[in-house]
Design a protein around this ligand. Sequence first.
Ligand code: KPL
Length: 304
Amino acid sequence: MLHILGAGSLGLLWAARLIQAGLPVTLLVRDTAARQHWQQTGDQMTLEYQGQHHQIPVHIETPDSHTSPIQHLIVATKSHASLQAVQRLQPRLCADASILLLQNGLGSQQQISALLSQQVLYASVTDGAWRRTPCHVVWAGKGVTQIGDPRGLPFPNWLSALHGDCIDWQWQADILQVLWVKLAINCAINPYTVLHDCRNGDVPQHARAELPLLISELQQLLRAQNLEIEPDALSERIHAVIQATANNSSSMRQDVHAGRPTEIDYITGFACNSAMAAGLHLPVLMSLHTRLKTHLATLGLYQQ
Ligand code: KPL
């Protein structure tokens, strides 16, 4: 049995794809109110892909409604909610359980690794998804999931069940490098989409001359983490993602539109803290983070 923690867009997308592939899945929702909402829909979710709607029955539980042990846990909560959510489930985790973290940004993964003695895997997900309703997910863009063990252990066998038909994933020997590059991409895109309330494709026209300066600071930050990245490679990656996701609303902008807290602390916040810890002076990144905090605070979505 695979347990998926979190019924946001990513949790629903993974649940739908794993169930469609015939795997046994339990979706863990936050509380009894959420549980009842699912009951009203007959414990059915909708996966919408390229205009087609697929109805999928799903087994729903709350973390406290059962005490059965958990062997395989996929954590799909937002980064700021994941530590607490995993702590709540900790008593149910088998001693040899395997936990797969799908969070955006960095920082929450390390908090969970420090909490658990079990194998904790990190993942970088590039699928685009959003929820039309709490039980209806739209798969807006197919991506690839990179999975790895930050301690360099080999991949656990249960991942073979997630074959390419259901989750397009690859094993990454250096998952932290992948997550750092993704963090840099998110730092260069997400804040501007919120500050200018724009789609990803409009970021360069709003960020203007600041964007190359920011990218060069992010490059310094990656180098300080001992990551090998060619001088122009980061800029090319960022512009390629902007183009490939030009019509998308970033995850941070989606959170703001839904009135939810954002993952700022695990994106620009983590980047700023890491820069300070490395003794780097990155004024453009710092100023962007400060402007973002102030903007979110005026929307009531950040406590300064
Ligand atoms: O990962 C993303 C996000 O929105 O968080 C990007 C790459 C910016 C795509 O929207």
